[in-house]
Design a protein around this ligand. Structure first.
Ligand code: HXC
Length: 258
C-alpha cells in the first residue's frame, strides 16, 4: 500500500522492513501513524513470502513517544470514552517475529513500542526512557508492565518514577536489548537476523514465538507443559521430517511451511 508516515520495503529474502518516517516530529506516535504501522505489520503477517519483520526509525529517533501536542488537550471523556491507544499494542498480535532496530530516541510510547517486539537491537547511541512522569501521566502502553518484567522491578521503578533516560549499554546489560551495534550497521544487522529466521520452517518459528510469549502469562509448570505439547505437534509437519532428514543426510534443509 502507499503510506504517509511509514516506509515499507523488502531488503532481503523473506524480510519486511517497516521504517517509521515522521522526521519533523522525531517519529512522535499518533493515531494515523499507528494505523499505518498496524496495517503494514498485519500485511506482512499474511504474506507467505515474509518470514520476519524489522521495525526501525531514523538515526536520530526510533520514536520520541506519543505525540504530546496531540494529547495535551484531550479530556478523560475522550481518552477513556474512545479507549485512546487501545490499538497501539496490536503489534503483539502479529504471529511472525518482529525485531525492533532502535537508533536514537526511544522514549515513552517509543520505548514501549520497542518492548513489544520479540527482539530489540540497539545502536550504540540509542536513548531509552519512560519520561511520562514529567508530563503528569504514566506509561500507558506497557511501560509499567513489560519493562518491569524484562529488566526487574527495582530498575523499572527507578526509571519510571524519575523519568530518567537509559543507554543502549545499560539496556544490554539488563537483558532488555539482545545486541548493540554501530548506528550505521544496526538496520543491516537486524535485517540479517530476520533473514536468518525467515529461512527456517515458518511453522516452527511461529510455534517458538508463541511458546515464549505464552509463558509470560503462565506458571513455569503450565508453560513447560504448553511448550511440550507444541513441540509434539510439530512432529506432524513435513518440515520436521525435512529438517531431521537433512541433518542425517548431511545437507541443508529446505523448509516449505507444510
Ligand atoms: C510531539 C515531539 C515529540 C513528542 C519531539 N517532538 N518529541 N512532538 N510529541 N513526543 C517534536 C518537537 O516538538 C520538535 O518540533 C521536533 O519534534 C524536534 O524535537 P526537539 O525537541 O526540537 O529535538 P531535540 O532538542 O533534539 O530533543 C529531542 C527530545 C525531545 C529529547 C527527544 O524532543 C523530547 O524530550 N521529546 C519528548 C519526549 C517525551 O516526553 N516522550 C514521551 C511522550 S508521552 P518543532 O515543531 O518544535 O520543531 C508518551 C506516553 C505514552 O509517550 C503512552 C502511551 C503510548
Amino acid at each position: 500500500g502507499s503510506y504517509e508516515h511509514i516506509v515499507v520495503s523488502k531488503p532481503a529474502t523473506g524480510v519486511r522492513l517497516v521504517t517509521l518516517n515522521r522526521p519533523k516530529a522525531l517519529n512522535a506516535l499518533f493515531s494515523p501513524l499507528i494505523a499505518e504501522l498496524n496495517h503494514a505489520l498485519f500485511d506482512a503477517d499474511k504474506d507467505p513470502e515474509i518470514g520476519a519483520i524489522v521495525i526501525t526509525g531514523s538515526e536520530k529517533a526510533f520514536a520520541a513517544g506519543a505525540d504530546i501536542k496531540e494529547m495535551k488537550d484531550k479530556t478523560v471523556a475522550e481518552v477513556y470514552g474512545k479507549d485512546f491507544i487501545e490499538n497501539w499494542n496490536d503489534q503483539t498480535r502479529v504471529k511472525k517475529p518482529i525485531i525492533a532496530a532502535v537508533n536514537g530516541y526511544a522514549l515513552g510510547g517509543g520505548c514501549e513500542l520497542a518492548l513489544m517486539a520479540d527482539i530489540i537491537y540497539a545502536g550504540e547511541k540509542a536513548v531509552f526512557g519512560q519520561p511520562e512522569i514529567k508530563l503528569g501521566v504514566i506509561p500507558g502502553a506497557g511501560g509499567t508492565q513489560r519493562l518491569a518484567r524484562y529488566i526487574g522491578k527495582a530498575r523499572a521503578s527507578e526509571l519510571i518514577l524519575t523519568g530518567r533516560n537509559f543507554s543502549a549499554q545499560e539496556a544490554l546489560e539488563w537483558g532488555m536489548v539482545a545486541k548493540v551495534f554501530k548506528p550505521e550497521e544496526l538496520v543491516d544487522q537486524a535485517v540479517k537476523t530476520a533473514a536468518e529466521i525467515a529461512q527456517f520452517s515458518p511453522l516452527a518459528v511461529k510455534a517458538a514465538k508463541e511458546a515464549i510469549n505464552e509463558g509470560y502469562n503462565l506458571s513455569l509448570e503450565q508453560g513447560l507443559k504448553y511448550e511440550r505439547r507444541v513441540f509434539h505437534t510439530l512432529f506432524g509437519t513435513e518440515d520436521q521430517k525435512e529438517g531431521m532428514a537433512a541433518f542425517a543426510e548431511k545437507r541443508k534443509a529446505s523448509f516449505t511451511g507444510k
